[in-house]
Design a protein. Sequence first.
Length: 440
Amino acid sequence: MDDYSDLPRNCSPNTLINFIARTKAGQQFLRLNLAKLDGLRHTKKKMNGRLHVAVATAWERLGDYHKARDLLQAAVRLCPEENEYKWLLCKVQRQLYMLEAQAAAMERLPEQSQRVFPTPIQVERRRARDLSVAEFVAKYCEAGVPVIITDVVENMTRTTWDLNHINAVAGLCRVVLKRLVSLSVEWAKLELAKETTIAEFFQSLKHRDPESELLYLFDWSLPIHCPQLAQEITIPHYFRDNFLSHTPEGTLYQNSWPSLFVAPAGMTSELHIDTHGTSFWMALLQGRKRWTIFRKADTPYLYPYYPHSLDPVFDVNLSHPDLNTHPLLSLTCPRECILQPGELLFVPARCPHRVENLETTVAISGNFVNKANLRAAMEELEVSALVDPPAHHLLRHLQEVARAISQPTAPQPTRLPHNLQAFQGENRDFMPNFNQVANR
């Protein structure tokens, strides 16, 4: 019988469905219904496309991604106007690319006794006075390497930002807090917890019951929710060439950042990748954060899967890496740092990362697209645009930017190679787009 003791409580529907589908009873239910759906697929001609998708979804939940892909390709041929089918096909194909990479990597693993989780490389620290914008773009953005800039945060705000100042300006603003759910399939394993005000949340931080649940004010847009605080911030010159902020009013992400992060000690955002191929920076104003950052080439070795979106979920436990269950962790090349107050961290596009709050922390952050990750952003948006009109609108504007700077108007990502040696470059692109996966 299944053990339901780990059944997530008060979790998102996606997390609950994923948990049930992985149980023995859930797998049996899916298999029992596959035969019925498959029979209908061959008899109801007018519903053929939808039934192909239904059967494909069941096979995907059962872990047979090849059958799921073949059925989705058939559905797209039957109903070429259905963009949702194309999006589902891209999602399954992305999973297959990761599995293909993992299978190739297993062939070059060292003996089991020699497998170890690599000692992280320390993230480099640079002084802003010694780091030009040109060097920052070439050495870090284009190379896909994170860096800490040490003397830039002090000039970002008009006054000292701490909990008292933020509370004085935004205390009455309402916010939605998040909590960590260990089995979650949501981004960074963070799920909605409760709605409250800034003042009430900050009060709970100052007088927190050690037994109470840890809650996180995560990525709260200042331009949207508290323009007064946003106006106090000066974005460092490294990030002012941001194509997202140069789009027309109302475009996706045009006015989303900078955003505010406030977390208690012990709160973690688990391994995740920032959305739509964006890079980001975080300026730490209070407290300390431990960051673990991987190359984007390491993504297959971190065992990603895509249960309901194009944002991967990672099964690995980086607090206690298990090389018996996840042997490919031994092939990763992690970087690590403890970000200190007054420091700014840059994380390149598509780099998986995990963040632990060692103390109560206050930070501001922003995502951006420049020439270094424009192609990555267009690749991701091309798939999202199939089912998301705002993503399609943003893609059109980034394509105009690409034309203006003499880059290709349509993304041409490199197909995932069978030879994993090709993954060793820091800035290797390998995500497929729809035109590739539909014609395989």
